[in-house]
Write a protein that binds this ligand. Structure first.
Ligand SMILES: N[C@@H](CCC(=O)N[C@@H](CS)C(=O)NCC(=O)O)C(=O)O
Length: 311
């Protein structure tokens, strides 16, 4: 998988900065937050994922921008930077006004790097969840994927089988489309994956809770927001979007307080709240309704809640 700045031009453009992204994508939101916070002017190029209606991410046109068929991709003068954690570092290095987002003291920089890495989504999301909190978020989003894919035609999912380089991702969406939330009545594999991702993410969140408790500062590194906060914002936002927030954060007052500092920031609102999608709104509503009624996902939520209360 390609990572970081590449020297080949993938698009002839007069725009200095272009972001190929998706409104629902966690990694795209992280990069949008960084662009907004640093005040970059950029051309926004929305690319649909199957969850938001079609496999534009696997279209021949987009595969020229990213042969890996993922968003986000940041272009600088037509040259791509791959992987969202690389993109936010690239942006800060290029920014004329670093706004203290990049700490100058080396010990603070080390703290920032540690928390950025921990929150990144690297490689296969089903692997290395003990290292990367970002990798836990895919399985935790399964229920929302299911309620969103209901609004997407099966014909569109089929198209992914032809052109998507990661066929296993396409097959998962087929299963979600056909079985719906019933999929979580079976103990294996999706309910099991979800439970283990939940436990893994909870360990990362306990680390963050303890760190914030010790530091007693508004942000992860100290008094200024840094890339670490930009990266964690995407994870905490996703947890709330998927209705896990209250459950996972009920015993973590420092993270709750920290998240309330994040959501009032203008750049956060521009990156996370304003760009939405009709399928996402319907999916969120259906997931809420399913949780309020007796459904397989309610049972799973209760099992997870009981496990947390026991621990
Ligand atoms: N490690 C990559 C992850 C990129 C990624 O997996 N993006 C998802 C959306 S958050 C995607 O494009 N999925 C397309 C697909 O699965 O078809 C990064 O940090 O940029």
């Amino acid at each position: 998988m390609l990572s970081g700045f590449q020297n080949n031009v993938v698009e002839e453009t007069s725009d200095e900065w272009v972001l190929y992204h998706n409104n629902f994508s966690l990694c795209s939101r992280k990069v949008r937050f960084c662009l907004e916070e640093l005040g970059f002017n950029f051309r926004s190029q929305h690319i649909d994922l199957i969850e938001t209606g079609k496999y534009e991410v696997a279209s021949s046109k987009y595969l020229k921008i990213n042969p890996g068929a993922t968003v986000p991709v940041l272009l600088h003068q037509g040259r791509p930077i791959y992987e969202s954690h690389e993109q936010i570092y690239y942006l800060i290095e290029q920014s004329l006004d670093k706004k203290n987002i990049l700490p100058s003291a080396s010990d603070e920089r080390l703290i920032m790097d540690y928390w950025v890495e921990k929150s990144s989504l690297v490689g296969n999301p089903l692997k290395n969840q003990d290292k990367y909190a970002g990798n836990c978020c895919g399985p935790l989003t399964f229920p929302l994927f299911v309620t969103m894919i209901k609004y997407v035609s099966i014909k569109e999912i089929f198209k992914g089988l032809k052109s998507h380089p990661m066929k296993e991702r396409v097959i998962i969406f087929f299963i979600f489309k056909i079985l719906g939330l019933k999929i979580f009545s079976f103990p294996f594999p999706f309910a099991k994956l979800l439970k283990s991702s939940f436990s893994n993410l909870n360990i990362h969140l306990c680390d963050l809770e303890n760190h914030l408790e010790d530091k007693k500062t508004p942000w992860i590194v100290g008094l200024d927001l840094t890339l670490a906060d930009i990266s964690w914002a995407a994870i905490l936002h996703r947890l709330h979007e998927c209705e896990w927030g209250n459950m996972l954060l009920s015993d973590k007052p420092n993270i709750k307080n920290y998240y309330s500092n994040l959501i009032v920031k203008d750049a956060f609102k521009k990156a996370f709240d304003s760009p939405t999608h009709p399928i996402l709104l319907k999916g969120i509503k259906d997931l809420k309704d399913a949780l309020n009624n007796k459904s397989p996902i309610t049972k799973l939520h209760n099992q997870i809640r009981n496990k947390i209360n026991e621990s």
